[in-house]
Design a protein. Structure first.
Lengths: 310, 298
């Protein structure tokens, strides 16, 4: 087997089965046995991801095929790296806290340059620690497969099944998102991975919709942000020194003795309701009334869930 | 056989790149026994493209302290990476690119294009949008670390959601997911703290020399408030920021989760934000604190 590999790898042009039989020790016996052995070995080489090419070698007889392993297809070309680049490579590879991705990235670094180098990088960075689904999503993108999972959207009461062609994993503001094409809804959707219920299942189906050439993640994100900073403005009162998370969103603050007054641009009530409810003892909503009503609703639900403290 | 082959096609290029490696280095690198490593090398030297004409792989391994390959018969470079491997590495690089205070972004993007040119078919599957940090604050922190000086910060705390002014001795900047943190000694609380840099609202320089304790602990923020909650199974995924100790499943999709969190105040905030989807079970001071805060709404 190993001999076959070297014969094919060193052949300057594709060679025929007869030539292979000649050169590979151990290849012999009846035609039948030989045929079987050769088929088995070919399959093994391909299983290992070795690009075994077959092509007709006779212009006039295309049933005579030759075999060859193209070195440039199979092996990594030489690339030169500076010491700094090496450091960054090992740093990037060690960032992943998900074992599957970390192993794959470190293997990739070894393949670029098999030379051992000391891990000089000692800057602590870490990615996707304790996060679920990331490796599965990235695997499906690589394998070009459709994903199926149960998902609870922000305004959903119950999880629903989604069938999605995955395009991109996005890390933004502390959350991981899957950006992809939702087959049932027929449009591009973004899913927060922590709202996925249960497992993400890679189907055996090829993706239907592919990432458009003009797709730009930064456009998508700036679209969100323009929605965020969008159309409405809330006026809130907050006790001095309190409500830090809301203060970070404020476009203007008027400081007062008992209360500070904040203006917060926003797009949809759901962006602020949770934050206000979290600090409801030190926050008041002046306007809009709908925001006040939403907060009152979820605060009273929480109280009733806990039997009003009785 | 296929297993041997799998190791062999990795081993020969590695031997070429690390010419002169010792047998123990080889077995350590491939996580195999010395005996097996030797057997594999023995296999290599009797193979090659041309048995008759001496066209064999040539390895000198009489001395197991240094093993030299003089002819690898074209198998002298590592195998190209798989799409998944390439993608994992590119993901790490795209991540690194977002943090200019950790790595030089232009060097990283140069690296990304170098690697992409090796595997043009692999699409970019990861994007990272890091927080825009105030350059002035980042600069003041870096200067203070370099010059070993304390700084004053206005910090929007996460666990209490208060703004507080404190004097800290900055130690180092690190990155977790898309947030950059500053690890520092907090003089007020006389303890190590991790500050999220995007929540530092203001930063003032001081003339105080920094006074860092010698022993610096792990970076992990401590989650030491023990509590139990009940929630619908559908929302279980949203607990990915807490340390879960155990969970029980009930009928009607409910789960009871026992966990450790940063603080009681933080957990009360999470429960209130969930709008009734999460019910506090234990300890009693969690429930009373929750009710008290909820009753503060008008």
């Amino acid at each position: 087997m190993l001999n076959l590999l070297f014969v094919l790898l060193n052949a300057p042009v594709p060679i025929t089965r007869a030539q292979i039989t000649d050169r590979v020790p151990g290849y012999g016996g009846s035609d039948d046995a030989l045929e079987k052995m050769f088929e088995r070995d070919k399959a093994t080489l391909r299983e290992l991801g070795i690009p075994l090419e077959t092509q007709p070698i006779d212009l006039f007889h295309d049933d005579v095929v030759g075999y060859r392993i193209d070195r440039s297809q199979w092996l990594m070309p030489e690339i030169s790296l500076t010491a700094q680049e090496r450091t960054y490579l090992s740093l990037a590879a060690s960032a992943w806290e998900t074992a599957q991705l970390r192993t794959a990235a470190q293997q990739a670094v070894r393949r670029i340059d098999a030379q051992e180098f000391d891990d000089v990088a000692n800057i602590p960075i870490s990615l996707a620690k304790g996060r679920r689904h990331i490796a599965e999503i990235l695997g499906a993108i690589t394998n070009d497969k459709t994903l199926v999972f149960e998902y609870v959207g922000q305004s959903d009461d119950k999880p629903t099944k989604r069938t999605v062609d995955p395009w991109r994993a996005l890390l933004h503001s502390g959350h991981w998102y899957l950006v992809g094409f939702d087959q049932d809804r027929g449009e591009v959707r973004t899913f927060r991975t922590d709202r996925i219920v249960g497992d993400v299942v890679e189907t055996s189906h090829q993706r239907v919709e592919h990432l458009p050439d003009d797709f730009s993640i930064s456009e998508l994100v700036s679209e969100w942000e323009s929605l965020d900073s969008g159309s409405k403005e809330a006026q809130l009162l907050i006790r001095p020194g309190k409500g830090a998370s809301l203060r970070l969103l404020a476009s203007a603050v008027e400081y007062g003795e008992e209360w500070d007054r904040l203006s917060i641009p926003y797009f949809h009530d759901s962006q602020l309701v949770g934050l206000i409810a979290s600090s409801c003892d030190v926050t008041r909503v002046i306007e809009p009334a709908s925001l006040h009503a939403s907060v009152s609703r979820i605060v009273s639900t929480t109280l009733s869930v806990h039997n009003n403290g009785k | 056989m296929a297993n041997d082959l799998e190791v062999l096609i990795e081993m020969l290029p590695w031997l070429v790149a690390n010419n002169g490696a010792s047998l123990s280095e080889i077995s350590e690198h491939f996580d195999i026994t010395d005996k097996y490593a030797l057997a594999l090398i023995g296999q290599l030297v009797v193979t090659g493209p041309d048995q008759g004409g001496g066209g064999l792989v040539d390895i000198d391994f009489e001395d197991s302290d240094s093993i030299y390959v003089s002819d690898a018969k074209s198998l002298d470079r590592p195998i190209k990476f798989s799409s998944f491997e390439a993608m994992s590495l590119l993901g790490g690089l795209h991540y690194l690119e977002q943090f200019p205070h950790v790595a030089d972004a232009s060097v990283v993007s140069g690296l990304i294009s170098k690697i992409q040119s090796l595997i043009p078919t692999v699409e970019n599957s990861i994007s990272v949008v890091a927080q825009n940090l105030s350059p002035e604050i980042t600069e003041s922190i870096n200067q203070a670390i370099k010059q070993n000086r304390a700084i004053g910060i206005d910090y929007a705390a996460i666990s209490k959601d208060d703004i507080s002014h404190r004097i800290i001795d900055p130690s180092e900047v690190y990155v977790r997911d898309d947030f950059a943190y500053l690890k520092a000694w907090c003089r007020e609380s006389q303890a190590w703290r991790n500050f999220r840099i995007d929540r530092i609202m203001g930063c003032t320089e001081t003339e105080l020399p920094s006074n860092l304790p010698e022993v610096s602990p792990e970076l992990e923020a401590t989650q030491d408030y023990l509590a139990a909650i009940e929630l619908d199974k559908a929302y279980y995924g949203q607990l990915d920021q807490v340390e879960i100790l155990s969970f029980k499943e009930y009928m009607w999709h409910a789960v009871e989760v026992e966990m450790k969190v940063y603080s009681r105040e933080w957990l009360i905030s999470m429960i209130l934000a969930s709008g009734g989807r999460i019910r506090a079970l234990r300890p009693p001071d969690l429930i009373s604190g929750l009710i008290e805060r909820a009753q503060g709404w008008e």
